[in-house]
Ligand binder design. Structure first.
Ligand code: NAI
Length: 717
């Protein structure tokens, strides 16, 4: 079957209609390659006026077939190399016949879709529902269908960087500005008319890079303007990736190497780097998690089946502090009406002012129209009166982390709510089942754990208490998706999944300081592993007072349950820091200095020099791999414990939660994928070494040993 329909119109124009049989979207796969080659063979025999690429699907073209790419291993690398080269030769043949080629972009053209569009001489896009770009890098890949080569030649190295190295997507208007889109139209009919008119008006056409003597914007690597900047470019990439992500480095190499040869050789260079990345472990990790597993979450893998999807129309938020204000903004931004309650109207209005600030900034930067800004702000009603909560479908409490207060506001709200309304707590540490005891309807009670800053963080951890019903979970899941965030679902436990595992990271780093390692070595071990923030920096952000409070509460709770409190070597360091009155960023000083009197000229923050005398041992030998592994392993081990205890019930939630919620390094594809790729046997060996040398907390969980015995890996069924 063919993915490309060949049709000729009365103007002698060939329409290559992209229409993969029995599929929702067009894919750049074997079938498409064969179909395009057949179309090219037909064109060779044909006498035609021009070519129009257009799609019969609601999108233009979706891109590479990730199932195939995920399955490709070194053994079949040659076949993939062969396929992409054949595909690119076909695209080159169409664009070099001297006949005009137009792409009619009716919907999303991302990845392979945008690469195909780039091979046309003229690109027309519909004004609505079109998004363009090359997001391959976000899956550890590079655009292997000519995307790197064409974007670099059309835009120049520097201007193409954000689109290739970061996978930045753009709308047709931006495309017009960049000269990548030639026309924007309002309807499919207008698009076709415009395409035909352009072909008639331009009986011959050549790509800018095929015109003899043409210049690449910004110059070639051999010319001074670009040559001056090139030595810095790899360092800029490394500053972001710390060398943990091969794709941006390969893309940069293709951009620069590709400009030093003719275009056909450049295409082959691109294919070589592409195939190498496809076979790399990092790409497998990223495709596994950010494609397959994330799509399963989007499709509702952990949402109870057979419960109708609902939309939240009105949400009540109790507490207009940092979290409440952020949740209000994120909800109103998606058109949900918000009742924002605090102890007095001034506090509630202060919470709304948070949204006003964001919105004003966006309007100023022309990222939001003033109509939309007004609508967003009008959707938030500040109040001090619980009566205003009536008709909320969902209430989220974000008051102080205090059991008594949380119980009080639960009862106050429930008195106003309908029997089906859901009550959620944004507690970061208190078990949900316990909080639900204050509720008349514990089956309607659930945890919705947001991350700070709410408007930027993509994850929400949904926590089911013992009595939480399926209907309640379904509504919570729907709401999280409605506000454009990604839900993971976990069962109740102290710290749930994310805070519990994250705590092990911070504590491990602090413990290292207590052992005498230099603070900079500890922070760098984290950065070099791919963590976005070091354990000491992040503890300063959270505040050592809070760390101390949580520790004391945990101890009291465990003692009340008759359990032993497991002391952690980080505690002595925290005690010492608090005794020195260095409680973290908000307090003005912590592991880092923030105040002018402690800072070198011009710097905003730096590690506190006093750490040297207080904790560090100048002669302490540093084994960087060991420090890195301690940070990676301690979190992975705690995650396996969460699985053992049924706090986590899926691999996808563990992986996505670890990356989107707690900053586990992206290259790993998530915490459990880190264990998979290390190999369970190897992981266990290393963990046993860490256990012997650094303590009980590294003890290998039984589940892991059992799985290794059975040769299993972490995978959802
Ligand atoms: P916050 O201190 O900024 O805000 C709490 C707000 O609750 C204050 O505005 C206070 O006036 C209000 N409040 C107190 N009693 C109230 C009542 N009876 N009715 C209505 N409002 C009342 O605290 P934050 O940081 O926003 O935290 C709120 C909750 O979210 C806590 O449970 C915290 O553990 C949790 N959380 C915090 C995160 C963070 O990064 N700060 C992350 C995730 C959860």
């Amino acid at each position: 079957m063919s993915s490309v329909i060949y049709e000729k119109d009365q103007d002698n124009i060939v329409h290559l209609i992209l229409d993969k049989p029995n599929a929702n979207a067009n894919l750049m796969d074997q079938e498409f390659t064969a179909s395009l080659i057949t179309a090219v063979e037909k064109l060779r025999e044909d006498d035609y006026a021009g070519v129009i690429f257009r799609s019969n699907k609601s999108t233009f073209f979706a891109g590479g077939n990730l199932d195939d790419l995920f399955a490709t291993q070194k053994e079949n690398a040659d076949a993939l190399y062969d396929m992409v080269n054949r595909l690119k030769l076909a695209m080159r043949e169409i664009e070099t016949q001297g006949k005009p080629v137009v792409a009619c972009i009716n919907g999303a053209a991302l990845g392979g879709g945008w690469e195909l569009a780039l091979s046309a001489h003229y690109r027309i896009a519909m004004s609505k529902n079109v998004v363009l770009g090359l997001p391959e890098v976000t899956l550890g890949l590079l655009p292997g269908g000519g995307g790197v080569i064409r974007m670099t030649r059309l835009l120049g190295v520097q201007a193409a960087m954000p689109y290739l190295l970061e996978g930045k997507q753009f709308k047709p208007e931006k495309g017009l500005e960049l000269g990548l889109i030639n026309e924007i139209v309002e309807s499919p009919e207008a698009m076709l008319d415009a395409a035909i008119a352009w072909i008639k008006a331009n009986p011959t056409a050549t790509q800018p890079y095929d015109i003899k003597g043409s210049k690449v914007p910004g110059g070639l690597p051999t010319q001074p303007a670009l040559a001056r900047m090139l030595p810095i470019a790899p360092a800029m990439v490394r500053a972001k990736t710390k060398g943990t992500l091969p794709a941006p480095e390969s893309i940069l190499a293709v951009m620069v190497e590709g400009l030093q040869v003719d275009i056909d050789t450049a295409m082959r260079i691109e294919s070589r780097y592409f195939v190498e990345l496809v076979c790399s472990q990092v790409a497998k990790n990223m495709i596994n998690t950010f494609w397959f597993q994330l799509n399963e979450i989007k499709a509702g893998a952990a949402r109870p089946k057979n419960i109708e999807r609902k939309k939240v129309k009105k949400v009540g938020i109790l507490g207009a502090g940092m979290m409440g204000a952020g949740i209000a903004y994120s909800s109103a931004a998606k058109g949900i009406n918000v009742v924002l309650k605090d102890v007095n109207i001034a506090a509630a209005e202060k919470g709304k002012a948070y949204s006003e600030n964001i919105v004003n900034k966006k309007v100023k930067q022309k990222r939001l129209s003033s109509d939309k800004a007004d609508a967003l702000l009008n959707a938030i009603s500040p109040t001090e009166n619980a009566l205003d909560l009536a008709d909320c479908d969902l209430v989220i409490e974000a008051v102080f982390e205090d059991r008594g207060l949380k119980a009080k506001v639960t009862q106050e709200a429930e008195a106003q709510l309908s029997a089906s309304a859901v009550f959620a707590s944004n507690t970061s540490t208190l078990p949900i089942t316990g909080l639900a005891q204050a509720s008349q309807r514990p089956e309607n009670f659930i945890g919705l754990h947001f991350f700070s800053p709410v408007d930027k963080m993509p994850l929400v951890e949904i926590i089911c208490g013992e009595k939480t019903s399926d209907e309640t979970l379904a509504l919570a899941y729907d709401y999280v998706q409605q506000i454009g965030k990604t839900p993971i679902v976990v069962n109740d436990s102290r710290g749930f999944y994310t805070s519990r595992v994250f705590g092990t990271f911070a504590n491990e780093g602090i413990a290292m300081l207590g052992e005498g390692f230099s603070a900079s070595a500890i922070e760098n071990a984290a950065y070099l592993s791919g963590f976005p923030v070091g354990p000491l920096a992040v503890t300063d952000e959270v505040s050592l007072t809070l760390v101390d409070k949580i520790r004391k509460q945990t101890r009291l709770d465990l003692e009340a349950e008759g359990k032993e409190y497991p002391h952690h070597p980080s505690e002595a360091v925290v005690d010492k820091m608090l005794a020195l009155d260095r409680a973290g960023k908000l307090a003005g000083s912590g592991f880092y200095s923030y105040a002018d009197n402690e800072l070198a000229n011009g710097s905003k923050k730096q590690l506190w020099v006093g750490l040297k005398d207080t904790f560090e041992q100048a002669d302490k030998a540093i084994n960087l791999d060991e420090l890195k592994d301690r940070l990676l392993y301690i979190q992975a081990i705690e995650t396996v414990r969460c699985l053992e205890e049924n706090v986590l019930t899926s691999v996808r939630d563990a992986n996505i939660g670890s990356i989107m919620g707690i900053g586990y390094p992206v290259w790993t594809g998530g915490i459990l994928q880190f264990i998979n790729q290390t190999g369970l046997e190897t992981f266990i060996e290393r963990a046993e070494y860490l256990h012997e040398n650094f303590g009980e907390r590294f003890k290998v969980p039984n589940l892991l040993k059992e799985m290794a015995k059975d040769n299993l890996v972490f995978k959802d069924s």
